[in-house]
Design a binder for this molecule. Structure first.
Ligand code: KIV
Length: 272
């Protein structure tokens, strides 16, 4: 078990910084409801992300863009009830911070007040810096997100690796340093070359959390539904599947149907 599990009752942003200083890797997974939130927390995860990936895996949308602030608050409220130890971070959904910094602050305050979560996450660098500063100045911890930013998918037109070219890589490093200066407590680095992710991680005193960004990051994050194999279709190179729950659940449901049809469920023992 990690040092953090033994030493800290509740993981805070300060604990994450200490983990980086001690060279202890940070584990982060997504959860969008009470049951999964409870399982990942009891397993000892450091950070639970109520990600806007709920738009895909829970609501069945093709992208993260359609999920609303109200839906994110609902998911976060359920997770907050279950999670006793991990730090809970909630994505600010698309359209709820890009317009201006006042909107960003208003949305962040709604998440914090109505869900009881501990921090918010925002995608972007330079162009959201004013919003990041405003939210932090209100006392709300912010996690940054650079590299592949799924809320900008229509700008890229593809989910391929970002920042392979020198210019974009330079911009990413600059953005990461600016975000750190603005006061973010951590930055997610999504789908960028491992050499760049390692360089960014070494250049910052705040921890980086990678997804498809190699082992040089200070921590790792995956979408729980992907790593548990609840989704069969999504299999990028960076994804390691720790279970095949689609097959497990499908087989259980098939057995249930078989028993019901055969009149074998419920039995005498299962009836009153
Ligand atoms: O929404 C999400 O799940 C995320 C992770 C992929 C980092 O932002």
């Amino acid at each position: 078990m990690s040092t953090a599990k033994k030493d800290f009752k509740r993981i805070t942003t300060r604990v994450l910084r200490t983990m980086k200083e001690n060279g202890e890797k940070i584990s982060m997974l997504t959860a969008y409801d009470y049951s999964l939130g409870r399982i990942v927390d009891e397993a000892g995860i450091d950070v639970v992300l109520v990600g806007d990936s709920a738009s895909n895996v829970i609501h069945g949308h093709e992208t993260t863009l359609p999920i609303t602030l109200d839906q994110m608050i609902d998911h976060a409220s359920a997770v907050v009830k279950a999670v006793k130890r991990a730090l809970i971070v909630v994505d600010l959904p698309f359209g709820n911070y890009q317009a201006d910094s006042k909107l960003a602050l208003k949305s962040a305050i709604r998440i914090m007040k109505e869900s009881g979560a501990h921090a918010i996450k925002m995608e972007g660098g330079e162009f959201i810096m004013e919003s990041v500063k405003r939210v932090i100045s209100a006392g709300i911890p912010v996690m940054g997100h650079l590299g592949l930013m799924p809320q900008s998918i229509y700008k890229y037109g593809t989910y391929t690796v970002r920042a392979k070219e020198e210019e974009e890589a330079k911009q990413l490093l600059t953005d990461a340093k600016r975000l750190q200066k603005a006061g973010v407590f951590s930055i997610v680095l999504e789908k960028i070359p491992q050499s760049l992710a390692a360089k960014v991680s070494e250049s910052l005193y705040i921890p980086t959390i990678g997804i498809g960004a190699g082992p040089g990051c200070d921590g790792q994050v995956l979408v729980t539904h992907d790593m548990l194999g609840i989704n069969k279709e999504f299999s990028p190179r960076f994804l390691r599947r720790y279970a095949n729950l689609f097959d497990v659940i499908e087989e259980a449901v098939q057995n249930y149907i078989k028993d019901v049809k055969a009149g074998e469920f419920p039995s005498e023992k299962e009836a009153y």
